[in-house]
Design a protein around this ligand. Structure first.
Ligand code: NAD
Length: 506
């Protein structure tokens, strides 16, 4: 008899510090999308509790900023070791709380480990420039300092990886953290804090309250966004959330790092390797039940190969195993909740009304799991890019549209409000280079011959337009978590002024 999500949670709870979580009860019902049943009940944080948490974290920051960056890196290194030890349990919890298939739950923890490795190296590379001064006997340089308390708001669909992208880097930069996880996935957050505490205990000398968690929905997020002692709010979620959070932070001249919705496309050109393209499309459009910010949502296919590609995709879609995400062989788990299912069905109805032909998209396993929402992935042929195609529906819907010229394909590609991830399948070098050029894709992630999803941590991650402009993870994303001071040092006996200005008394 297979175990229920709540039985599986009981078996791994102690290793994640969750054995007593939920026993006190609370107003927040945490359910598993696998069966729709309650995993735990947690109390939401009050606004006073948020303020008190920020005070504690600020005190921790004052101590942490004095610790040399390579020593801060030691905490992150040991955190990475703890994650390696608990990868199986934490990955399983990700699957229980979000409905991801196990390999993706484990992959998320691997991403945490990878960012820890990256951040440890970074802890010895927080470089500033040395700049030539125009004044004799002077030197200029940049120094990078931590910002202070950083608030991290996370979405349900990457409940641990996105936090770790922010946390690992913000910590080596010398910041302290308040984390508001999604109200749909707070258990993974509590587990991460337990594992970070364990790493801190092994390392020693780490101030208490370096990372606090506050539990709740938009109100708690808004309280953090408005808090005057939080210089940076890093917020991941829908464009709707970004539209609410950004003005609150801007109103007090705080900084935001926004990682919002995507509406990611792939152009498939006549020269494309279709075998590779079909595999890439399946993973990007169907994987994670279409609930990645980088999920493939729009397929722009050259008219000469559209019929052939659609036939292959319809056949492949028909054989994708949908079901228990912890069972061997399943490729598509459940949607997060009923709301996601309703939004998916409404989008399919709108697509039909706008001229689309829908394959798939129906609810399955409803008798076995009346409170959970499993669907077959949907493929929708559209005559052109209509309003519903231009919106992000967080579900496995792939709209397919034909094109005749690359100019037209790029225009359609960029004609959406979001600008996260993009890709082209072509073996024509000119087309590939054009897509990556200034007149090509307008997204933050631009790929050739791989799908738009599944980024590695080494590159900067994020997107343009309504995706919010933030960059996290690799490259020089660390600069978002620090403030830059420009230093001018006079080692001469004179006081020359810049620009030749004379200012002498008498
Ligand atoms: P969501 O916007 O509903 O919630 C995200 C987080 O913001 C949650 O913690 C939520 O409580 C909080 N929140 C929501 N409204 C708020 C408000 N008005 N004020 C303050 N806080 C608020 O998103 P979701 O459903 O959890 O996640 C799916 C969305 O996230 C999709 O749009 C997806 O594309 C996006 N996403 C983006 C990225 C990225 O890196 N660009 C990564 C993951 C998810």
């Amino acid at each position: 008899m297979p175990k229920t999500p709540s039985e599986i949670l009981s078996a791994i709870a102690a290793k994640l510090g969750l054995d007593r979580v939920g026993s006190a009860g609370g107003d927040l019902d945490v359910t598993s999308p696998i069966d729709g049943k309650t995993l735990a009940r947690l109390p939401s944080s009050s606004t006073d509790a948020v303020a008190a948490a920020v005070e504690r974290v600020e005190t921790a920051f004052r101590a942490w900023r004095r610790v040399p960056a390579p020593q801060r890196g030691a905490l992150v290194r040991v955190f990475g070791e703890v994650l390696r030890e608990r990868k199986q349990e934490l990955g399983t919890l990700v699957s229980l709380e979000t409905g991801k298939i196990l390999t993706e739950g484990l992959g998320e923890v691997q991403e945490m480990i990878d960012i820890c490795d990256f951040a440890v190296g970074l802890s010895r590379q927080l470089y500033g420039l040395t700049i030539a001064s125009e004044r004799p006997g002077h030197r200029m340089m940049e120094t990078w300092h931590p910002l202070g308390v950083c608030a991290i708001l996370t979405a349900f669909n990457f409940p641990v990886a996105v936090w770790s992208w922010n946390a690992a880097i913000a910590l080596v930069c010398g910041n302290a953290l308040v984390w508001k996880p999604s109200e749909k996935a707070p258990l993974t957050a509590l587990a991460c804090r337990h594992l970070l505490d364990e790493a801190a205990a092994r390392v020693g000398g780490v101030p208490e309250h370096l990372c606090e968690i506050v539990i709740g929905g938009p109100q708690i997020g808004a309280a953090l966004a408005q808090h005057p002692k939080i210089p940076l709010v890093s917020a991941t979620g829908s464009c709707r959330m970004g539209r609410a959070v950004a003005p609150l932070v801007a109103g007090r001249f705080g900084r935001t790092l926004l990682e919002l919705g995507g509406n990611n496309a792939m152009i498939v050109a006549p020269s494309a390797d279709l075998d590779l393209a079909v595999r890439a499309i399946l993973f990007a459009a169907v994987g994670t039940a279409g609930q990645r910010c980088t999920s493939l949502r729009r397929l722009i296919v050259h008219r000469s190969i559209e019929r052939k590609l659609v036939d292959r995709l319809v056949a492949a879609y028909g054989s994708v195993p949908v079901g228990d995400p912890l069972a061997e062989g399943t490729l598509v788990g459940p949607l997060i909740d009923k709301r996601a299912f309703t939004a998916m069905q409404a989008a399919l109805e709108a697509a039909k009304a706008e001229g689309g032909t829908v394959h798939g998209g129906a609810r399955v396993l409803a008798e076995r799991h009346p409170d959970a929402y499993y669907v077959t992935p949907a493929l929708v042929r559209m005559p052109q890019q209509t309003e519903i195609v231009r919106a992000e529906t967080f579900a496995p819907i792939l709209y397919v549209m034909p094109y005749d010229s690359l100019d037209e394909a790029i225009r359609v590609h960029n004609d959406v409000p979001q600008g996260l991830a993009s890709s082209i399948f072509t073996t024509d070098l000119r087309e590939a280079e054009r897509f990556m050029s200034a007149e090509g894709s307008d997204c933050g992630i631009v790929n050739v011959n791989i799908g738009p999803s599944g980024a590695e941590i080494g590159g900067a991650f994020g997107g343009e337009k309504e995706t919010g402009g933030g960059r996290e993870s690799g490259s020089d994303a660390w600069k978002a978590y620090m403030r830059r001071a420009t230093n001018t040092i006079n080692y001469s006996n004179e006081l020359p002024l810049a620009q030749g200005v004379k200012f002498e008394v008498g």
